[in-house]
Design a binder for this molecule. Structure first.
Ligand code: B4P
Length: 192
């Protein structure tokens, strides 16, 4: 199995790049953001619980997200690998993923972190908000809150993985295809 984590602040392009990466490498895309939005769209109890947190720019509680990832993992037993997009977002989630991997006798091959300036992040999210219809894109205060949450709760995950020497930073500024090529060059080196 080849398991990749794509990491970065809200608006860094994780979703955008994941779509291209899964198409190229045939990995199963596991985006917790997309899974949560599907739960909201179908008005499941989990979705209704998650919506209150997402609309305020907060993270959804760990136990909710971890349970969702567990079942997604089980639904793709024959996968040749996973691309984790937006997960893990807390150290507790990273530890839960380690346990899950231990059970499945697999592990993380690479963690790629997209680095993007904060002004550019806000600009992208404001622009996305004009067309996405996403309630967490609705105003700049929520977006600033999401950047704060990233710094306080999600950045420690990067430190957690830095110890395993599987982490590389990738410049996430510039054209989408240019950034994609940068990501691919790291993955190709690791797959050789
Ligand atoms: P996510 O769905 O993960 O999304 P995101 O962080 O907002 O955006 P992403 O980085 O994927 O950016 P995108 O490609 O769209 O999270 C949403 C919410 O769900 C979280 O706030 C949280 O509440 C909840 N959640 C999700 N996972 C969770 C977890 N594990 N634990 C707890 N809660 C969780 O790019 C942004 C915009 O920029 C797009 O419009 C795109 O077109 C544009 N763009 C991309 N690349 C560009 C480039 N190079 N140049 C210009 N524009 C670009």
């Amino acid at each position: 199995m080849f398991n990749l984590i794509l990491f970065g602040p809200p608006g860094s392009g994780k979703g955008t790049q994941s779509d291209k990466l899964v198409a190229k490498y045939g990995l199963v895309h596991l985006s917790t953001g997309n899974l949560l939005r599907e739960e909201i769209a179908t008005k499941t109890p989990l979705g209704l619980q998650a919506m209150g947190f997402m609309d305020k720019g907060q993270l959804v509680p760990d136990e909710v997200v971890i349970g969702m990832v567990d079942s997604h993992f089980d639904n793709h037993k024959d996968a040749k690998g996973f691309l984790f997009d937006g997960f893990p977002r807390t150290v507790a989630q990273a530890k839960a993923l380690d346990k899950l991997f231990e059970l499945k006798k697999t592990g993380i091959n690479k963690v790629l972190i997209l680095d993007v300036d904060e002004d550019e992040l806000i600009k992208r999210l404001v622009y996305r908000g004009k067309t996405s219809g996403r309630s967490d894109d609705a105003d700049e205060n929520i977006q600033r809150k999401r950047q704060e949450v990233y710094k306080s709760q999600t950045l420690p995950v990067a430190e957690y993985y830095a110890r395993s020497k599987k982490v590389s930073h990738v410049d996430g500024m510039g054209e989408i295809n240019e950034i994609f090529e940068r990501l691919c060059s790291h993955i190709d080196k690791k797959m050789k």
